[in-house]
Design a protein around this ligand. Sequence first.
Ligand code: GLU
Length: 281
Amino acid sequence: MRKTRYAAAAVAAVAALTLSACGGGDSPESEGGGGGEGGGETLRIGIKFDQPGLGYDEGGSYSGFDVDVAKYVAAELGVSEENIEFVEAPSANRENLLANEQVDMIFATYSITDTRKETVDFAGPYFVAGQDLLVPTDSDITGPEDLEGKNLCSVTGSTSAQKIKDQYPGVQLVEQPGYAECVTAMGGGQIDAVTTDDIILAGLAAQEANAGKFKVVGNTFSEENYGVGLPKGSDRCGDINSAITKMIGDGSWEEAITSNTEGADYTYNAELNPPTPEPCA
Ligand code: GLU
């Protein structure tokens, strides 16, 4: 996956340059954010730093599908790549980061839910994933019904952990701040399975250090619509939805999802993807 992520970053960089070079005419001005030194607007964008293929910090350079969608959308809003400040947005901190205006928007495998809509706004969705399980290669767990009395790891503040609490109360749920910590614990034998969205699990399983150790069960039990988190009352939703629609229409979406999942054992659900953004609130 490593090599293809770099390739994807290079393609995205060229695409962003091209867009900012010829754009401007019909790109809306982005409000808020500080002015850059050259007069360009800046955007603070929340992403995951520890989810390979989605949002991943490779020593200060960021890769993944969420990052590529964020860069495309930013370019459409008139913000070039060098004026994006990527900020880590762990699952449990996303609503607070938006409410406290520590970020302008969030692209972080962030499912649109009615509960979250009480405190934040969403543009999108730009992707649909499904909750699944990651287990050791020799495990015979095939779904959440097999987890009774087993140790299952997920992340605080995620829909994944919430669903287990609501629907599978007999499972011993262990919560960590990030999915990478869950996978490490499973490697050490303390955990029987890790649960979250299939695309996140596939990216972690494909990491070099995890090669051959784990498998994604491949039996999804939810629909996770990834939205762009915005502070409540933001007026950016319509422009972001237009950018997502354009990204899907011009082939960049397909290129981004393909390059960022290459090398992982993952195929997106083609019946649900690419999705159509919902009308803004
Ligand atoms: N998509 C789910 C959520 O928004 C799980 C992944 C995550 O924690 O980012 O909670």
